[in-house]
Design a protein around this ligand. Structure first.
Ligand SMILES: *Cc1c(COP(=O)(O)O)cnc(C)c1O
Length: 408
């Protein structure tokens, strides 16, 4: 019998009958791989030769002195190939696709990062690749669409509904139903029906395993707190998993957008705008109205802008093992500026949410203690958004000049 991936009522696999056999095949392949010691070694070898594993743990000496409290460390997932922790998940799923003997992958993408990561994996493994992306997002994220197409993926703009991420997910499921014999759906985060939350967290656990060994080597004791931003929840679960059984506080930071009382945010675990429901094949907290219609979300960080959240994190909220906070767009831009200026690293806007909360708490912690912030990705992808937020006149002049080249 297949275990259904329930986390005290959250999670599950609410599937159309037609997909049940495909999910059973996936669950079986994943369970077999998990108990095969060769598989994890194959995964680690791939990630250390094609991506940048182990990623470093960087001591942020200048930020530590600036805040005058706990010693601040940054786990550098930004140094992965394609610039974020997303590579851990897609490359792992790619190895499972090979084991299942499938030849085509599909994926949903919002900001385009998961689409680029999946198209990269497909190019490396020689899979055909189709990426579903809301029409609105295709317009907003042209650089990522450009790269997906160069990598050989077909990008299909989705014109249904609000023409954003959730509509792309629905379209990807439709494709899967029609092509499941040849095709695997590479879901991008620790959400969706079982086994995706468990499977994505399993591949991302490489972050926490490395971080725990690295901090023990450096500090000879555990950190007191670990911080990660929370979109779907995969980078957070990845780093938290290394410290789950330790006396270490785990802090997940959601997108507070323009403020939790404005309705313009993407906080499912800290705001009163979310409630428990079943959608897209699983049960969790969704930003939905009383009729179960999904609400519009907002965040300066496109990767955190999601209506659902990992059922594993929903469960860890209920048990109190993980504490959840929210950071506003304004706070995120300030924390990002400070980090770039003081440490010479450029976190993604998503990752900067974790920095905000760590900076609020570090000064009140002892100088003998350490904390870790997970830098889930690199910020150079955010140049358009960040330049807007900083109102940089030289950047604006450059964009206008560049656009002028195409008028003649
Ligand atoms: C996609 C993304 C996230 C959000 O996804 P999770 O599944 O919550 O980790 C966070 N940071 C970066 C850099 C991303 O690209």
């Amino acid at each position: 019998m297949i275990e259904r991936g329930h986390y005290d009522g959250f999670g599950g696999a609410y599937l159309p009958e037609i997909l049940v056999a495909t999910f059973e095949e996936l669950v079986e392949t994943f369970q077999k791989a998990k108990t095969d010691p060769v598989f994890w070694q194959e995964y680690v070898d791939l990630m250390s030769t094609y991506s940048c594993r182990p990623t470093p743990l960087t001591f942020a000496g200048n930020l530590t002195r600036h805040f005058g409290g706990a010693r601040i460390y940054i786990k550098r997932e930004d140094l992965n190939h394609t610039g974020a922790h997303k590579a851990n998940n897609v490359m792992g799923q790619g190895l499972l696709v090979k084991r299942m003997g499938k030849t085509r992958v599909i994926a949903e993408t919002g900001a385009g990062q998961h689409g680029v990561a999946t198209a990269t994996m497909a190019a490396k493994f020689g899979f055909a690749c189709t990426i579903y992306m809301g029409e609105v997002d295709v317009e907003r994220q042209r650089p990522n669409v450009f790269w997906m197409e160069r990598l050989g993926a077909e990008v299909i703009p989705v014109t249904e509904g609000s023409r954003t991420l959730k509509d792309a997910i629905n379209e990807a499921f439709r494709d899967w139903v029609a092509n499941m014999d040849t095709t695997h759906y590479v879901l991008g985060t620790a959400c969706g029906p079982h086994p995706f939350p468990e499977m994505v967290s399993y591949f991302q656990s490489i972050i926490g395993t490395e971080a725990r060994a690295q901090i023990l080597r450096r500090e000879e004791k555990l950190p007191v707190r670990v911080y990660a931003c929370v979109g779907g929840g995969s980078n957070a679960l990845g780093i938290f998993s290394g410290f789950m059984d330790d006396p270490v506080a785990l802090v997940g930071v959601e997108a507070g957008g323009k403020g939790l009382d404005t309705g313009q945010h993407a906080s499912r675990l800290c705001s009163k705008d979310a409630s428990i429901g079943v959608a897209q094949g699983y049960k969790t907290y969704f930003l939905q109205d009383a009729d179960g219609q999904m609400k519009e979300t907002h965040s300066v960080a496109a990767g955190l802008d999601y209506v659902g959240v990992s059922p594993i994190l929903a469960h860890l909220k209920e048990t109190g093992r993980v504490r959840f906070e929210a950071a506003t767009d304004r706070e995120v831009v300030d924390a990002l500026s400070l980090t770039i200026r003081m440490e010479g690293v450029i976190p993604a806007l998503e990752s900067a949410h974790a920095f905000v909360q760590a900076f609020k708490e570090a000064p009140s912690l002892s100088t003998d203690d350490s904390i870790i912030i997970n830098q889930s990705g690199r910020g150079d992808k955010d140049i358009f958004t960040i330049a807007d937020a900083f109102n940089d006149p030289k950047w604006q002049a450059f964009i206008i000049k560049k656009a002028g080249q195409y008028h003649a």
